[in-house]
Design a protein around this ligand. Structure first.
Ligand code: APR
Ligand code: PHB
Length: 393
């Protein structure tokens, strides 16, 4: 590893790896520092809906071949309530579509590109600390295999997720945090069974939300609304499948079941930290913001941040123009808040919750809004244009 680089990237999740790949395309050097092993980052089960902007970034990074071979293009999605299905036609409403391709497969593709290019990816590092972020000569210190290392750089990209060290490097009196923890979570499963629907199904039910998604023509991914601290041991496979069948139930639908290969409970949160830049430190992805998964936006928002950051760094190194770097935080946050709004709206609309004005009235208002969204061209277009991805800026 060189003792100095242009951009030190902390974290080899989608944000850090994509930033490294896009910078390489501009001939900008970077070093990625990651706390976990290659096996861990390449097998961490997360979401899997890609906006067109993320697909374009994968192609720009030279990492899109497998995605185009194995990804499933979806031109619409299903909203189900009152036991009836309503299709939102993304293609007709926006001219765009999304792609189903697992986040960990995307990470694998980006790792492969980085290693093939011989660009530094330091895995299993420890005790990462940031220094000099308010100077023109920041550096990152860390330990690897017990040895201390110091990496000098021009800029630090904090892509180390919600629990990373980068955000904490910004003085508390300079950071503003907005957050909300939802009073429910998702019980998610992976199952070796062909998806029971050609498109995703978002189901509103008085027993709670359910989502039918997929990973491939033979692997399904499904979610149930549950308590944030739900006890997985209380859920037998039969109970999971029968609850899914009830909540996803509709006249024209039969849920196929199969072996469950992975299960987990995920709490749900909305979180934004402002600003996303402090001196020579730039935050991107989950290090700066978290969205509830209902809008499938977490991954896409992380990629949108680093597309902007890569463009800004390319302008700085290419022609000494710091305008975009100076506007980075403001430009990102404008988009982040819109995506937070959409994700919160989808969450409020589709989950059973007892928030005021009272469960029953709230439930009826949700049904009325679902009826409006699925019967108004204008409202359906609003959902579709947010789901397929808002412009980068
Ligand atoms: N030092 C080095 N690496 C670290 C440290 C640290 N102190 N702390 C965390 N990391 C690494 C993690 O191990 C992880 O691989 O940073 C990476 C952060 O990756 P993600 O959490 O995936 O965050 P991001 O790249 O912003 O991607 C956001 O991931 O969590 C999903 O829903 C989220 O889809 C969204 C996407
Ligand atoms: C997923 O496939 O894991 C998934 C899809 C859509 C969502 C959330 C998760 O809104």
């Amino acid at each position: 590893m060189p003792p100095r680089t242009q951009v030190a990237i902390i974290g080899a999740g989608p944000a850090g790896l994509m930033l490294g790949a896009l910078l390489a395309r501009h001939g900008i050097a970077s070093v990625i520092l990651e706390a976990r092993s290659r096996t861990y980052i390449e097998h961490r089960i997360r979401a899997g809906v890609l906006e067109q902007g993320t697909i374009d970034a994968m192609d720009e990074a030279g990492a899109g071949a497998r995605m185009h071979q194995q990804g499933l293009v979806h031109e619409g999605t299903i909203l189900r309530f009152g036991g009836r299905s309503h299709r939102i036609d993304f293609r007709a409403l926006t001219g765009k579509a999304v792609m189903i391709y697992s986040q960990h497969e995307l990470v694998r593709d980006l790792v492969a590109v980085r290693i093939a290019a011989g660009d530094p990816l330091e895995l299993e590092v420890e005790d990462v600390t940031l220094d000099g972020i308010e100077t023109r000569k920041p550096c990152v210190r860390f330990r690897r295999a017990g040895q201390p290392h110091e990496l000098a750089c021009d800029f630090i990209a904090g892509c180390d997720g919600f629990h990373g060290v980068s955000r904490a490097a910004i003085p508390a009196d300079r950071l503003r945090v907005f957050e909300h923890d939802y009073p429910f979570g998702w019980l998610g499963i992976l199952a070796d069974v062909a998806p029971s629907s050609p498109e995703l199904v978002y189901a509103h039910h008085d027993r709670g939300f359910a989502l039918l998604s997929m990973r491939s023509p033979s692997v399904s991914r499904l979610y149930l609304q549950c308590a944030p601290d739900e006890d997985l041991a209380a859920w037998s496979d039969d109970r999971i499948w029968s609850e899914l069948a009830i909540r996803l139930g509709a006249d024209d639908f039969t849920l196929a079941t199969g072996p469950i290969t992975q299960r987990s409970v995920t709490p749900m949160r909305s979180f934004v930290a402002e600003p996303m830049r402090h001196g020579r430190l730039f935050l991107a992805g989950d290090a700066a913001h978290i969205v509830p998964p209902t809008g499938a936006k977490g991954l896409n928002l992380a990629i949108a941040d680093v597309r902007l950051l890569a463009e800004a760094l390319a302008a700085f190194y290419g022609r000494g123009d710091a305008t975009l770097l100076d506007a980075y935080s403001e430009l990102c946050l404008r988009r982040v808040w819109k995506v937070e709004r959409f994700s919160a709206w989808m969450t409020q609309l589709l989950h059973r919750h007892d928030a005021p004005p009272g469960a029953e009235l709230g439930h009826r208002l949700q049904l009325a809004e679902l009826d409006y969204v699925t019967s108004s061209h204008a409202a359906a277009t609003t959902l579709a244009e947010n789901y397929v991805g808002l412009p980068l800026r």
